[in-house]
Design a protein around this ligand. Structure first.
Ligand SMILES: [Zn+2]
Length: 131
């Protein structure tokens, strides 16, 4: 597994971002599932309604884009959210993927899981890592 970080972020260091991703992946999947993947996180100012999003070329290379203007907490929560989608890709859980429209976004099972689990993932990280 390779984790690459691009772009500038004044709120979270590259080292912490990498540790956070490893922590989250461990919560979501077995090591045998995530050891073969590569994750690139790009921090930038995103000039649209998205605070973060995921792109994937295949089930091996994943690109997460995060708006670095957000608070540290929000960024950490959105990284968790996008990694839930990575898990969904790897496990083929998006097989019955239907295009997400504005109307069904919040009700889409993939989003319900991503929003729900990201809260707990972040809480576990903070609970065990805050001094
Ligand atoms: Zn989502």
């Amino acid at each position: 597994m390779k984790i690459m970080i691009a772009g500038k972020n004044k709120k979270i260091s590259r080292k912490e971002t990498k540790n956070l991703i490893k922590f989250y992946l461990h919560l979501l999947m077995k090591k045998s599932e995530y050891k073969k993947i590569n994750i690139t996180v790009t921090f930038s100012k995103i000039n649209n309604d998205f605070l973060g999003y995921l792109q994937s070329e295949d089930s091996k290379n994943f690109y997460i884009h995060i708006d670095s203007n957000m608070s540290k907490k929000k960024q950490m929560r959105i990284i968790a959210h996008e990694l839930v989608h990575v898990k969904q890709y790897i496990r083929d859980e998006l097989e019955s993927y239907s295009p997400i429209t504005d109307e069904n976004y919040w009700d889409h099972p993939a989003e319900v899981e991503a929003f729900g689990r990201s809260v707990g993932m972040y809480a576990k990280y903070v609970g065990t890592h805050v001094p």
